[in-house]
Design a protein around this ligand. Structure first.
Ligand code: 5AD
Length: 345
């Protein structure tokens, strides 16, 4: 097993069967070796810096109906909100004063915002906050719209592929969504010049080890600058309400393997990971993650952006809790970095 880990580190890949063996490993001593290798690879490129991003969840309206997600359009139990431009600017201004130099604007696919609205918001942030990066995470749009936002100054785009298998994609999404479209968007984003993020949930309904290997192969092929990888967590108003969460161990293994396959990738220790385990994000960092995304959204609306149940939203995961977050990161020997934190890829 230790040889497999060394092989993965040196060659940045492993055959399917060996990957599967690694994904099935449960011996904590072996896993600690895996995580240590992932940490070392991360430190070669990023040192002991953990990049902080200010997350603004600007709308929970969504035209999609993804079966796993709490803000799916058919969920009548969610109170919908849409931040005004002024409210978004207030979040950004507060975040900038707190030291944040990356703002992530994340929302459901909300037709209530026109392409021009988003462009205007991006322009405002880039003009008002010198030296900052803007990340959009707003779903699937036409290529010319992606290009327009890029021209307005957007630097990065997050769009998880969710699963790299067409059949499994259909298990997680309604008929009218397709993996082909998702992959097309990701290819376009990269082509335009965005630092692009893909990613997937760990432990989503119907997921198998073979499907996880397909996710890893897709990341190797796409070579994204970032990958969002966190556990699936059921949300009570979705068809997956009775399913079980992804586990801490499986998520950590995947973070570490992705770090070893794509050593320079930016990997967040996700809020979902922090939600399934009190030390989830620290453990994520110790398995190769190097980004945290505390919440800058107005506190009053945070409860309404419930992609999954029991999502944490105060304390360290809030931008206002920056000192708490800094303490936590320091406690495991890392330092929080408020810089832009561009990908080294
Ligand atoms: N559990 C975990 N992650 C989820 N997401 C959506 N719903 C859930 C859930 N129930 C993730 C998706 C999406 C990102 C914004 O949040 O992967 O891309």
């Amino acid at each position: 097993m230790l040889e497999l880990i060394a092989h993965l580190r040196v060659n940045q890949t492993l055959p399917d069967q060996e990957l599967k063996t690694l994904l099935m490993e449960t011996d904590q001593e072996v896993l600690n070796v895996l995580y240590e290798n992932a940490r070392q690879q991360c430190q070669r490129h990023y040192g002991k810096k953990i990049y902080a991003r200010g997350l603004i969840e600007f709308t929970n309206y969504c035209r999609n109906n993804c079966y796993y997600c709490g803000i799916r359009c058919e969920n009548r139990n969610v109170q919908r909100y849409r931040l005004s431009k002024e409210e978004i600017y207030a979040c950004v201004t507060e975040g900038y004063a707190l030291g944040f130099r990356t703002f992530v604007l994340q929302g459901g696919e909300d037709p209530g915002f026109t392409a021009k609205d988003i462009g205007e918001i991006v322009r405002w942030i880039k003009r008002s906050c010198p030296g900052c990066a803007v990340t959009l995470s707003f779903g699937e749009w036409e290529k010319d719209i992606y290009q327009y936002w890029y021209n307005c100054g957007a630097d990065r785009y997050l769009l998880r592929h969710e699963t790299a298998d067409e059949g499994h994609y259909k298990v997680l999404h309604p008929e009218k969504m397709s993996l082909l479209k998702r992959k097309e968007c990701l290819a376009q984003l990269k082509e335009i010049g965005y630092q692009t993020g893909a990613g997937f949930m760990v432990g989503s309904p119907g997921q198998t080890l073979d499907l996880l290997i397909a996710d890893l192969r897709y990341l190797q092929q796409l070579q994204p600058h970032m990958a969002g990888i966190g556990p699936f967590i059921p949300q009570k108003d979705t068809p997956f309400a009775k399913e079980t969460s992804g586990t801490l161990d499986m998520t950590l293994k995947l973070l570490a393997i992705v770090r070893l396959m794509l050593p320079k990738i930016l990997l967040p220790a996700t809020t979902a990971l922090g939600t399934i385990h009190p030390q989830g994000r620290e453990r994520g960092i110790l398995a190769g993650a190097n980004v945290v995304m505390p919440n800058l959204s107005p506190i009053a609306i945070r409860k309404q952006y419930q992609l999954y149940d029991n999502k944490i939203s105060t304390g360290e995961e809030s931008a206002q809790g920056r000192q708490l977050l800094e303490n936590r990161v320091r406690s495991i020997g890392y330092e929080l970095c408020m810089c832009r934190g561009d990908s080294q890829m």
